[in-house]
Design a protein around this ligand. Structure first.
Ligand SMILES: NC(=O)c1ccc[n+]([C@@H]2O[C@H](COP(=O)([O-])OP(=O)(O)OC[C@H]3O[C@@H](n4cnc5c(N)ncnc54)[C@H](O)[C@@H]3O)[C@@H](O)[C@H]2O)c1
Length: 256
């Protein structure tokens, strides 16, 4: 379990759920981890969990929808860890609702955080990843958390589906552009994962439950953040050196 020894990783959304699970897993595999989230206390708590287990970590508050905060977050990671070669973009929001009734501000916020936030973090980190002679043998790595909702329509989630399909397109574009410059960019498309995001259930009135039949996993369980974190660790590691531009589903057969 030392695939990520000597690696320096920045994880967004690190205060909770999949982001926290990812930060802990990357650290378990040997990476020094910079934990960022709009929820500063939660990010610090994750970093504290890593350091008290003997790992190396630090934390900062970053709102990924703010481009200057993304730049500052990357600068702070470089300062705290002494390098950066791995970026996991996990931060995201889910605000379901009837499309015709939803405030357009929710569309804008969802795109700003899930899609533009991912782009802004990539844009801030990439100058430190390209053309590295001292980088990881498998290349510097970006892992973006998209969703099965990037590949399949989820009712009452127009903004979320659009943002996650955008993350997949962004991933493939960056992968093709930087493949020859030592950077791998992949996305993960999880189905349902047990996190605070999903714990609230589906707080929308007057929904048609029949519309959800298609977005149910075949396996009789829900994923845990550790399931997704294990895949992030693999994609970040040199074992995945020939993988770039992939959108890997991990959905209990939902899309099978
Ligand atoms: N839980 C699922 O079923 C599921 C399925 C597929 C994809 N995803 C995706 O996985 C990612 C993590 O989701 P989760 O389930 O762990 O949810 P979560 O709510 O537990 O965690 C999301 C984290 O993102 C942070 N965040 C929100 N807005 C931010 C901003 N502007 N700047 C920085 N941080 C911000 C939150 O504070 C929170 O800590 C999201 O991108 C989500 O869309 C989740």
């Amino acid at each position: 379990m030392d695939r990520l020894k000597r690696r320096h990783a920045l994880v967004t959304g690190a205060a909770s759920g999949i982001g926290r699970g990812t930060a802990l897993r990357l650290a378990e595999e040997g990476a020094a981890v910079f934990c960022v989230d709009i929820a500063a206390e939660g990010a610090e708590d994750t970093a504290e969990q890593i350091t008290s287990a003997g790992g190396t970590a630090a934390a900062a508050a970053v709102d990924v929808s703010d481009p200057s905060a993304c730049e500052a977050g990357v600068a702070a990671a470089l300062d705290a860890l002494g390098g950066l070669d791995t970026l996991a973009n996990v931060a995201g929001i889910l605000r379901p609702g009837h499309t015709l009734e939803q405030d357009p501000a929710i569309w804008n916020a969802t795109i700003a955080i899930n899609l533009t936030g991912t782009f802004q973090m990539c844009r801030a980190a990439l100058p430190h990843f390209v053309d590295r002679e001292d980088g990881p043998v498998g290349g510097c790595a970006i892992v973006n958390i998209a969703s099965a909702a990037a590949l399949q329509g989820v009712p009452y989630n127009a903004a979320y589906c659009a943002s996650k399909a955008g993350v997949l397109g962004l991933t493939k574009s960056l992968a093709s552009e930087y493949a020859r410059r030592g950077v791998r960019v992949n996305a993960i498309c999880p189905g349902g994962v047990s996190t605070p995001m999903t714990a609230a259930g589906f707080p929308v009135d007057n929904i048609d439950p029949a519309l959800f039949a298609r977005i149910t996993p075949q396996m009789p369980m829900i994923a845990e953040p550790t399931d997704i974190a294990a895949l992030v660790a693999y994609l970040a590691s040199d074992e995945a050196r020939f993988m770039t531009g992939s959108g890997v589903t991990i959905d209990g057969g939902q899309l099978a």
